[in-house]
Design a protein around this ligand. Structure first.
Ligand SMILES: [Zn+2]
Length: 170
């Protein structure tokens, strides 16, 4: 059985042990982004390692998934592969963010414990598009947006003929 990422850890302890965390987060386990993705999405896979950079606890590794989203244009499903290079500084004291080197993105948490699935979901949420769309939709789109252009185009083409008609009448 694959290990779930729904685990709570002590970041400082993990950092001193250089603990590695590998596992998956199934659709059913999602709390932040479940409503935004289709149930046919793959589980989110993460391989993360705790460590230290100076006085900071850092979390590095990789998060990947094959998400399935709904296309805003045609409402059909669209594949959205995700592959994230994780380089986070795990911080529970906002005041320390300013001391952080540029190499790491701050991840703020409260208290002493960190829920790994929270971090993973937040990272995926960051790379997800606000509006998902196919590059080219597999089905024909409703004409509402294109019909105007079409009419406009035919009117333009008609104009020379209208002029010609007028000339003939004269
Ligand atoms: Zn589409």
């Amino acid at each position: 059985m694959t290990k779930t990422l729904h685990i709570e850890v002590d970041p400082s302890l993990c950092a001193s042990q250089e603990r590695m965390i590998s596992g998956e987060l199934a659709y059913e386990e999602l709390q932040q982004i479940q409503a935004d993705i289709d149930p046919s999405s793959s589980a989110i896979r993460a391989d993360l390692t705790f460590g230290k950079a100076g006085k900071f606890v850092v979390l590095t590794g990789r998060i990947s998934a094959n998400l399935v989203l709904q296309c805003a244009a045609c409402l059909e499903l669209v594949d959205y592969p995700v592959d994230i290079d994780v380089k986070l500084a795990i911080i529970n004291d906002e005041a320390r963010i300013s001391l952080l080197a540029d190499d790491y993105e701050p991840y703020l948490y409260e208290g002493d414990r960190l829920l790994i699935s929270d971090v993973v979901e937040a990272e995926v949420a960051l790379v997800m598009p606000t509006i998902a769309r196919h590059d080219v939709c597999p089905i024909e789109l409703p004409k509402s947006s294109t019909s105007k252009d079409f009419t406009h185009e035919t009117e333009k083409k008609k104009n020379p003929f209208d002029a010609l008609e007028k000339l003939k009448l004269n």
